[in-house]
Design a protein around this ligand. Structure first.
Ligand SMILES: *[C@@H]1O[C@H](CO)[C@@H](O)[C@H](O)[C@H]1NC(C)=O
Length: 216
């Protein structure tokens, strides 16, 4: 196995010498990777350490190395660096910029530093993470933030905590989420009866239709 790995490295080293700077792509043997081309026209896939060039991105789109997909050119997801300008040097894609909003959900975002290596959780995809309820993802600070500070724009704003992906039942059967996290949709601010536990001392504290607290 070591011999095989070494041979692959040697093979890749050979490829690196022949290829132009655009193709300075190193695959780690045994690791599945997607590596964007420096000019953002497409990407390589590393399958068992072997570099496979994928078809180019469709017209008017560029490869986003953070989102790992082709995205509309010039859109908010376009993280292509203008490497062709100036000295023409190859600028490495910095991992700290790998935080992107989910296109349709305000509480979810992609964090490229987060990598699921032991299987992707149900309802999630690679690099997809979620803010803790009731926080939302702030596209200006690129962080989870208090929901009142976040402008969701066209991204859907989930108010019911049970609709956050992380609160959805990951197995065949679960204790209903609403038992622990009753919805505050349509409720006034402040103390409200717990709809699943009427006539009990249980209550929910609501604020702007978010469940802030469940007592006792
Ligand atoms: C992204 O993930 C990294 C590594 O887990 C973490 O340090 C960083 O705070 C995360 N970024 C956000 C915005 O959550």
């Amino acid at each position: 196995m070591i011999g095989y790995t070494t041979a692959l490295f040697a093979l890749l080293a050979g490829t690196l010498v022949i290829a132009g700077h655009e193709e300075l792509v190193q695959c780690t043997p045994g690791v599945f990777q997607i590596i964007g081309k420096a000019d953002c026209t497409g990407f390589f896939m590393c399958v068992f350490g072997k570099k496979v060039e994928m078809p180019p991105c469709p017209p008017r789109s560029v490869f986003s190395s953070s989102a790992n997909v082709c995205v509309p050119k010039g859109s908010m997801y376009d993280d292509c660096r203008k490497t062709t300008e100036g000295s023409g040097g190859h600028m490495p894609l910095l991992p700290d910029l790998g935080v992107f909003p989910h296109p349709t959900e305000c509480q979810a975002f992609y964090n490229c530093s987060v990598r699921y290596t032991h299987g992707i959780p149900r309802f999630f995809e690679q690099h997809l993470v979620e803010c803790p309820y009731p926080q939302l993802f702030n596209t200006e600070t690129k962080q989870c933030d208090h929901f009142e500070n976040v402008k969701c724009g066209s991204r859907a704003e989930i108010k019911d905590g049970c609709q956050y992906r992380s609160n959805q039942c990951p197995v065949a059967r679960c204790r209903p989420c609403s038992v622990d996290l009753p919805s505050c949709i349509g409720k006034r601010d402040g103390i409200n009866v717990h709809p699943a536990k009427l006539w009990s001392p249980f209550y929910a504290v609501c604020y702007k239709e978010r469940t802030i607290k469940v007592e006792p």
